[in-house]
Design a protein around this ligand. Structure first.
Ligand code: HEM
Length: 162
């Protein structure tokens, strides 16, 4: 396989991983959490959420890893590290920022902190806990979509800023 094909393969895998990952975040935010909020008992709400989002967390761990590996490989091949010093490449900063946030949440905060905190507060006050969690998912989804739009436009030469 030639170098430019390997680079394009990295781009293909990058986009596929982003679709599965951010698409999953969209599903959880716009479908799963609203449906769970309507379930009758808090026991049902907590167990349904844990079962479904728990499975998604594993997928998201794999897809964020693939996104990061292919992303850094592309930066390395393009020798484009100096983009971090140029504000017109705000979308490269945004990609890195979104990736760091999700990596920390999925690999560190969720397993070691958030899972316990969620269980405790969801038992005490399920309405408020799901409301806060829903809002946080909306924030993550919004910055992910702005980043995706900026990355597609920027990769094709439209930077929004001069
Ligand atoms: C460590 C994290 C990441 C790095 C280092 C990275 C790096 C890159 C690089 C170097 C490119 C190609 C740019 C070019 O062709 O000029 C790219 C494209 C892209 N990235 Fe990332 N990325 C990362 C995370 C993300 C995340 C989190 C998202 C989405 C939320 C994302 C979405 C995209 C998209 C949509 C493209 C454009 C593909 C295309 O239109 O061909 N990336 N990324």
């Amino acid at each position: 396989m030639e170098q430019h094909e390997l680079f394009t393969l990295a781009r293909v895998l990058h986009v596929l991983a982003v679709i599965l990952w951010i698409g999953g975040v969209a599903m959880v935010t716009t479908v799963l959490i609203p449906a769970i909020k309507k379930l009758a008992s808090k026991e049902n709400q907590i167990s349904t959420f844990e079962q479904i989002e728990g499975r998604f967390a594993l997928q998201a761990k794999i897809t964020t890893l693939i996104t990061g590996l292919t992303g850094f490989y592309m930066l390395y091949e393009l020798d484009a590290w100096d983009r971090y010093l140029d504000y017109r490449f705000w979308w490269v900063h945004a990609m890195t920022f979104v990736w760091i946030i999700f990596t920390v949440i999925l690999y560190v905060l969720e397993p070691f902190v958030l899972h316990k905190v969620f269980k405790k507060y969801a038992n005490k006050n399920p309405g408020k806990t799901f409301r806060i969690m829903h809002r946080l998912h909306w924030v993550l989804l919004t910055i992910s979509l702005i980043t995706t739009a900026g990355a597609v436009a920027g990769s094709h030469g439209w930077f929004f800023v001069k």
